[in-house]
Design a protein around this ligand. Structure first.
Ligand code: MLT
Length: 269
């Protein structure tokens, strides 16, 4: 199935909605779109209703924001769920920035979520230096476009073996970044720079949770994700060999199987 544009709260949002069964909401990372979840969408829509939007400004979703906070993205997701017939709660599955959004979603829309899957993300806020770099990159992308970001990010997003042997996914991801709106990229960079440290909220998460990390992720390391997993009372942990930050694209079967097994062992009531 192909995604389609839906008007939600007056704004066009591109949403893929495929399959039937308990709903899984896939939330993409920065500065990407819903297609990063294409393998999981294809495989899991045999048993689940898979909903995968482009976040505001990304893909073909509209935005005119100068800054988009993680809370705003989370509120957008809540509006999408409320506008989707037959869905009252979701399993939220977010990667990296999708995880930052998930923390805000948990705080502000707990009635809409029943299980949580977090891939390659952080609970901590940015350091002062990282924040400064984000603000500089936001200005730069508005002046120059996203090419410098796309060039700089590939080595961080993928494991060494994916960079050498999986040029297809590396090139596809680069194209998604090159096609992203500079304004949306700048808005998300400013929003991420100002996100809160969510570490102290982890112990209060009561939902069944699965933490997934590519073993070679250099942006959000295995150690950091393992610490998150140990801080959440009801969390399972899956480290994916031969994968970096983009584990769902690099090792699709391993990630899909881990999600499917988690959903099977934690059924909805
Ligand atoms: C992502 O994949 O969403 C980014 O790495 C998040 C970030 O820049 O912190």
């Amino acid at each position: 199935m192909v995604p389609s544009l839906k008007r939600i709260d007056g704004r066009l949002v591109n949403i893929l909605d495929q399959g039937t069964g308990p709903a899984i909401l896939f939330v993409h990372g920065f500065p990407l779109d819903h297609s990063m979840w294409k393998h999981q969408i294809e495989a899991l829509s045999d048993q689940f209703r898979v909903i995968a939007p482009d976040l505001r400004g990304f893909g073909t979703s509209e935005s005119d924001d100068d800054q988009t906070t993680m809370r705003q993205f989370a509120d957008d997701l809540a509006a999408i769920i409320r506008a989707t017939d037959g869905v009252s709660k979701v399993t939220l599955c977010g990667l990296s920035m999708g995880g930052y959004i998930a923390w805000e979603f948990l705080q502000n829309h707990p009635e809409l979520i029943e299980r949580l899957v977090l891939c390659d993300t952080k609970a901590a806020a940015d350091s002062a230096e990282a924040r400064q770099t984000r603000f500089e990159n936001a200005d730069r992308v508005l002046n120059e476009g996203p090419a410098f970001l796309a060039e700089g990010m590939m080595e961080k997003l993928f494991s060494k073996s994916s960079l050498s042997n999986k040029s297809g996914i590396v090139e596809e991801t680069k194209q998604v970044i090159l096609n992203s709106s500079p304004q949306a990229i700048a808005a998300a960079l400013r929003g991420m720079a100002q996100r809160s440290d969510m570490t102290s909220t982890l112990a209060g998460i009561e939902l069944p949770t699965l933490i997934i990390v590519g073993e070679e992720d250099s942006i959000t390391t295995k150690d950091e994700m393992e610490t998150i997993s140990q801080s959440i009372p009801n969390a399972a942990f899956c480290a994916v060999p031969d994968a970096g930050h983009m584990a769902p694209l690099e090792q699709p079967e391993t990630v899909t199987n881990a999600i499917r097994e988690f959903l099977k062992t934690n059924p909805t009531s």
